[in-house]
Design a protein around this ligand. Structure first.
Ligand code: M6R
Length: 607
């Protein structure tokens, strides 16, 4: 959600900033801007639209050894040039900000009554507030004093005309890191922005401030005490940025799933046993103690949570609740003592999930916290007792695909480890491990449906609505299919547990309503078949993704797509694939921006 990149160097930084913004565009893409300091003047370039639009404003004169840049996902104030960052106060202080300043109106009234604001954003007050304090203070003190007034979340980079060789940064609740180079240093909200220039990163913690020049980096804690933070080497590669011959990141990421799932189980299954050590050293205590599991997550990660709940209860007999983090956070909940908390998040920076975790950690009902996450250095991974990394590799497409299937894979490993003290016997563990190991090949075979699904999309893409049906652990897969379709093709799609159809939604079924069904060969197959008959009887058009042994045949009302998904618990992972492809091909036909769908951003770091 919004991206920041900044650099201080002995040479020109404009290209570094523009390339960094391009890599960060998936975090927000409604406007972009760059401020550079040249001949003691702050030059500010801002544009509505994507980074390419911003590039049109820059000519050869737009060069400098220091600059800050931003790509925006609007929260306060519509997407426009005026609301784009950087914001400048008094021609002296330029800022870029990610996050939300909750008390910006109070700050305006308390300190900035006579200031003229040029945007509708909450962020602009930061420029004026720092400018206000900088009149009587050194710039670092001014930023420190300003941040002490702020309630909310921020990752902030500040350029000060009177301190032309350094950038001042601050972090609280929004990710920010410093990249270390030779005679140049960088700042970004995401390591992906800088991986062309360095793989050495220092991750700032909440409350930290830092000054970054081409020659040195100084970090301070919330009391402005000089501190050291560890330098970490990133394993990201330049390849993460490339579409590798695919037309879109989303398609590349869909086809990366066999390898991503393989990497997620690699070294975690030994002789068909999943060792508890996959959870790291802090796990021993809570593994012995927990009685109940609570899972929190948002969006696609919440769908993974719902599948995990089915697995935990059905395979391991462990009571489990799964809830959307933003709901969980703001309601009183009755927690059973010795609850284990699992937080699922691809990015590990989702504000709703993080703030729920932080609230929960204040209570003593929880015996431990586990992050299932794709980014090892993320806030979530750092704040939980244990982290189970999904080895999906960076996911750039806003619509989550390989992150979801690797979450499910990691969650199955987790279910096995947690279940050993409950109902997961060595035989069941053996069988689940075998099933997990078949997944990469089975996903590959499922991907072979691609062309057939592209044909189906031709029928689908002119529809305005669609219904998705599933039962049991495949109901969350139907929900995920509906979310994917909505997100990138803008077709209104809803998912129902198939048994619910007759309790209301059947009323909207007619020949114009395409109904997608997920039909594994499992204990509720016959029930599902009856539900689908109810659709047929109302003239609804059916598109059934069915296991090849489920006994469905195409006819004039229904079209069947066969999947080789044996009757076993990992089947939901396989049924996800065709639904991703359906959403992708519909979006292509509709001509939407597949990787950057309207109004959305990859990592939602505001509540
Ligand atoms: O990074 P997270 O997994 O915490 O993100 C949660 C949701 O924002 C995310 O899954 C979102 O729903 C995706 N765009 C879905 O494709």
């Amino acid at each position: 959600m919004c991206g920041i990149v900044a650099a201080a160097s002995k040479t020109n930084v404009t290209d570094i900033l523009m390339a960094g913004l391009k890599h960060l565009e998936y975090r927000g893409y409604d406007s972009a801007g760059i401020a550079i300091l040249k001949n003691n003047v702050l030059n500010n370039y801002r544009q509505k639209g994507n980074v390419e639009e911003l590039g049109k404003l820059l000519d050869a004169t737009a060069n400098s050894n220091i600059g800050i840049a931003h790509t925006r996902w609007a929260t306060h104030g519509k997407p426009s040039k005026e609301n784009a960052h950087p914001h400048i106060a008094n021609d002296t202080i330029a800022i870029v900000h990610n996050g939300i300043i909750e008390n910006y109106l109070d700050i305006k009234n308390k300190f900035l009554k006579n200031y003229k604001f040029l945007s509708d954003t909450d962020s602009e007050i930061l420029a004026h507030l720092i400018n206000h304090f900088s009149k009587d203070n050194e710039i670092l003190d001014a930023v420190h004093l300003a941040m002490a007034e702020v309630q909310g979340s921020y990752a902030l980079a500040v350029l000060d005309k009177n301190n032309p060789d350094k950038i001042i940064v601050a972090r609280n609740g929004s990710p920010l890191l410093i990249g270390l180079g030779e005679e140049k240093n960088f700042i970004a909200s995401d390591a992906l922005a800088l991986i062309e220039h360095t793989n050495r990163f220092v991750y700032l913690e909440d409350g930290d401030l830092a000054t970054v020049s081409s020659e040195e980096v100084k970090i301070y804690d919330k009391n402005k005490k000089n501190i050291r933070r560890e330098t970490k080497k990133s394993s990201l590669s330049l390849n993460s940025h490339s579409k590798d011959g695919y037309d879109h990141f989303m398609l590349k990421e869909i086809f990366e799933q066999p390898n991503a799932v393989k990497s997620t189980i690699e070294n975690r299954i030994i002789n068909n046993v999943v060792p508890k050590e996959i959870l790291g050293p802090n796990a021993a205590e809570y593994l012995e103690k927990f009685k109940v599991v609570q899972i929190i997550a948002c969006g696609t990660s919440y769908h993974a949570a719902l599948v995990a709940k089915h697995w935990l209860e059905r395979l391991a007999g462990i009571p489990c609740h799964a809830e959307i983090a933003s709901e969980f956070r703001y309601r009183r909940h009755a927690v059973q003592k010795d609850t284990l908390l699992i937080c699922i998040s691809q990015s590990g920076e989702t504000a709703d999930t993080l703030s729920a975790l932080r609230e929960i950690k204040k209570e003593d009902y929880y015996v431990g916290t586990i992050a299932v996450c794709n980014v090892p250095e993320s806030s979530l991974a750092r704040e939980c007792d244990s982290t189970l990394i999904t080895h999906a590799g960076p996911e750039i497409g806003v619509a989550s695909t390989k992150a979801f299937t690797t979450q499910l894979t990691a969650l199955m490993l987790l279910v096995i480890v947690l279940g050993k003290r409950f109902e997961i016997t060595p035989d069941l563990e053996n069988s689940l491990c075998m099933q997990l190991k078949t997944l990469p090949d089975k996903i590959k075979s499922t991907l072979a449906l691609d062309q057939k699904i592209a044909e189906l999309a031709k029928i689908f893409s002119d529809k305005e609505h669609a219904l998705f049906l599933g039962r049991g652990s495949h109901f969350p897969i139907a929900r995920e299919g509906a979310l994917k379709l909505k997100e990138i093709s803008y077709i209104h799609a809803e998912a129902y547990a198939a048994g619910e159809l007759k309790h209301g939604p059947l009323a909207i079924v007619d020949e114009n309503m395409p109904v997608v069904a997920v039909a594994p060969n499992n204990v509720v197959l016959e029930k599902l078949k009856s539900n689908l008959e109810e659709v047929k009887a109302r003239g609804g058009k059916l598109y059934i993704f069915a296991d090849k042994k489920a006994g469905f045949k195409s006819d004039e009302i229904s079209q069947v797509f066969e999947i080789d998904a044996p009757m076993n618990p990992v089947a939901p992972i396989l049924f996800t694939i065709p639904l991703q492809l359906l959403a992708y091909h519909c979006a292509i036909i509709k001509g939407t921006n597949v990787d950057m769908p309207r109004n959305l951003a990859k990592s939602v770091t505001v509540e």
